[in-house]
Design a protein around this ligand. Structure first.
Ligand code: SAM
Ligand code: SF4
Length: 330
């Protein structure tokens, strides 16, 4: 039963948990200069026991899905242990990750064996040069090989995220490349509108473009909008009988985006974030130290629900405490 509800009637069966702020890529919209080590920062990210207690607590509050994110979650040495503990010891049914796909070709088998139920891989372009320019890494082939490896061992729940960037990956040619890719590939490709964060105003001004251009492409090419009901999350999904895969759009600047919000976030240091953007939230870490703190932790989380706002107010230029998404967990 889903116990987590806010004052606007939204339910929260889904948690995004960041396990590290560290990342090995340099995406222009997120960490253009790469991850910077701050000497004053202890980088003490939630450890395995804390993660397990947190997941147990959310499971008792009716959460059935946790997505592990970062930074880049796979850079953590105990990454596979985290997946296993979540999947087999916490009561959570669906354990997925969002990853940049670094060394995916080498990790595919271990990922599947660890009990992972879904994977979102970030690939902003199928053009090797463009991919390299955006991320700072010439790693597109290993990521695509990794996807093939996942598929060859029967892993099916694969989604690809691409941030829509004006003049970089937003042409008809780019859209057609993806269409060709998903024609025989049972993969969801979702374009995400570039979001403004505390750090990326200039980049945002230069490259943000509304996802309407992609919507028009979908319409012209006979893709059909598919509805899943109000608790299905904020992605708009499109199908086409000629294609194995589906297209999707994540448009945070659209009017109704927050109405279907079904997720809460916890940062790598244990801050509960009621919204990706916004300052509301509280640190939970002091209640993750012993198993017998479970009820106190549940109470604290439940009480926080009343503070969840109706919208992120991004359209008003609000970025809250989000400096970049690697810090909050995108
Ligand atoms: N490192 C992993 C990855 O890139 O998939 C996980 C963390 S990353 C912050 C999660 C997602 O957020 C990625 O798909 C990334 O492209 C997206 N993202 C990061 N900054 C963004 C921004 N300013 N606007 C829109 N999406 C962004
Ligand atoms: Fe790293 Fe992901 Fe941010 Fe790219 S989007 S810099 S891969 S955290």
């Amino acid at each position: 039963m889903n116990i987590l509800k806010d004052t606007f009637g939204r339910k929260f069966p889904y948690i995004r948990l960041s396990i590290s702020d560290v990342c090995n890529f340099k995406c222009g919209y997120c960490l253009p200069n790469g991850y910077q080590v701050d000497k004053n920062d202890n980088r003490k990210f939630l450890h395995l026991d804390e993660i397990k207690r947190l997941a147990n607590c959310f499971s008792e509050l009716g959460v059935n899905k946790i997505r592990i994110t970062g930074g880049e979650p796979t850079v953590r040495k105990d990454f596979f242990d985290i997946i296993k503990v979540l999947k087999f010891e916490s009561g959570i049914q669906n354990v997925s990750i969002t990853t940049n796909g670094y060394k995916l070709d080498k990790k595919a088998e271990q990922l599947v064996n660890s009990g992972l139920t879904g994977i979102n891989i970030s690939i902003d372009s199928l053009d090797r040069e463009i991919f390299k320019n955006i991320t700072g890494h010439d790693r597109l082939p290993e990521i695509l090989n990794g996807i093939e490896s996942l598929q060859s061992i029967g892993f099916e729940n694969i989604k690809i995220n691409a941030v829509l960037l004006n003049g970089i990956n937003s042409s008809i040619k780019d859209f057609n490349n993806w269409a060709k890719f998903i024609e025989k590939n049972k993969i969801d490709l979702r374009y995400i509108e570039l979001m403004r964060t505390g750090d990326n105003l200039d980049y945002f001004k230069k490259y943000h473009v509304s996802s309407k251009i992609f919507k028009e492409y979908l319409k012209e090419n006979k893709w059909i909008y598919q509805t899943f009901g109000k608790d299905a999350g904020p992605s708009l999904n499109y199908i086409n009988p000629k294609y194995e895969g589906r297209f999707g759009i994540i448009a945070p600047y659209s009017e109704d985006f927050c109405k279907s919000c079904n997720r809460l976030r916890v940062t790598s240091r244990g801050d509960l974030r009621l919204c990706l953007f916004g300052n509301t939230g509280i640190n939970l870490r002091h209640l993750l130290q012993k198993d017998d703190q479970l009820n106190e932790l549940k109470d604290l989380i439940m009480k926080q629900m009343q503070f969840k706002k109706e919208s992120h107010y991004l359209e008003l230029g609000e970025t809250g405490s989000t400096i970049n998404l690697s810090k909050t967990g995108g």
